[in-house]
Design a protein around this ligand. Structure first.
Ligand SMILES: NC(=O)c1ccc[n+]([C@@H]2O[C@H](COP(=O)([O-])OP(=O)(O)OC[C@H]3O[C@@H](n4cnc5c(N)ncnc54)[C@H](OP(=O)(O)O)[C@@H]3O)[C@@H](O)[C@H]2O)c1
Length: 277
């Protein structure tokens, strides 16, 4: 990522997600002196200062003069934090990764002209292997969209969505998605142990199978439904297992589960951002 004297990045909040993004940006070659981070917790600042970035206890000091500002605090404190940042100018790009905080709230807390990109990353971002949904308001120009995309690429891959409400679906699919796969892994490990394997072996078999299946699906030339059919011989072991899963309507359960996550994302927007004042 190219940086110039006027391409300072500010982070408000120095927690897990900010740390992951900053480490990704440094790996991508950004100069650490271009990154300015604010967090009230001395330990959080000290962890990031070790990476060579400038740290502040005052959010306004980090934000002043930055080209873009990443809001990386918990949704519960987002309103209070954003409303207290007087230094933010409408031409500065605000990139929010706060789950469930919508553009209407962010605009209300900043300025009607504020350039904002709302993003929904997920936990594998901590390893640079996340995926983020992005949506820009109409005050962002092409340069700012490209900047937001480069910022989020530090955490993995990116995908622009067509409407802001699509971010609630992104939350249900990929935002919360890692936990669904963790549950499946847990269940497969426990089932392997019940079949007589020791836990270490059951874990290794499960995790490598998840990794291999993901790699095969990511080749992109065959969709997951076809891949499943390809490995399911009639009357074989895989068919025996899949029959049980389909009889229990696993796909229907997953659909209902994602609908619940989607509804929760919508409710959270009201809880943490509603009635902006
Ligand atoms: N982690 C994920 O996988 C994930 C996925 C998608 C979206 N997100 C979103 O990313 C955001 C950050 O998540 P996270 O996991 O990085 O949270 P986190 O580790 O709790 O980081 C938030 C940081 O902000 C600090 N903070 C609190 N109040 C502040 C203030 N007034 N000014 C500046 N900093 C302040 C926190 O300090 P304290 O520790 O003292 O509170 C903490 O260090 C959240 O909104 C979350 O919804 C996270």
């Amino acid at each position: 990522m190219q940086t110039t004297a006027d391409s300072r990045l500010a982070f408000i909040g120095a927690g897990n997600m900010a740390s992951a993004m900053i480490q990704g940006l440094l790996r991508a070659g950004i100069n650490s002196t271009q990154i300015h981070v604010a967090d009230p917790v001395p330990e959080a600042r000290a962890r990031l200062a070790e990476l060579g970035v400038a740290t502040y206890s005052d959010n306004n000091e980090a934000v002043a003069g930055a080209q873009s500002v990443v809001l990386a605090v918990k949704p519960q404190v987002a309103r209070q934090v954003v409303q207290s940042v007087d230094a933010l100018q409408s031409e500065q790009l605000l990139v929010s990764i706060a789950a469930g905080i919508n553009l209407a709230s962010l605009t209300q807390w900043t300025s009607p002209q504020q350039a904002i990109v709302r993003c929904m990353p997920n936990t594998p971002a901590l390893l640079g292997a996340g995926v983020s949904g992005l949506y820009a308001n109409n005050h962002c120009d092409d340069k700012q969209r490209a900047l937001a995309e480069r910022l989020l690429r530090s955490a993995g891959t990116t995908l622009w969505v067509k409407t802001e409400s699509d971010l609630d679906a992104v939350t249900a699919v990929s935002g919360s998605g890692p936990a669904y796969f963790f549950l499946l892994m847990e269940a497969m490990i426990d089932a392997g142990v019940a079949l007589g394997l020791d836990r270490t072996s059951a874990t290794e078999l499960t995790l490598q199978t998840a990794h291999g299946a993901s790699l095969m699906a990511q080749q992109g030339n065959t969709n997951p439904a076809q891949l499943r059919q390809n490995v399911t011989s009639p009357g074989g072991t895989t068919a025996a297992a899949l029959d049980v899963m389909l009889d229990a309507d696993l796909p229907g359960t997953i659909k209902t589960a994602l609908q619940a996550a989607h509804k929760r994302a919508i409710d959270m927007a009201q809880e943490f951002g509603g009635n902006p004042s």
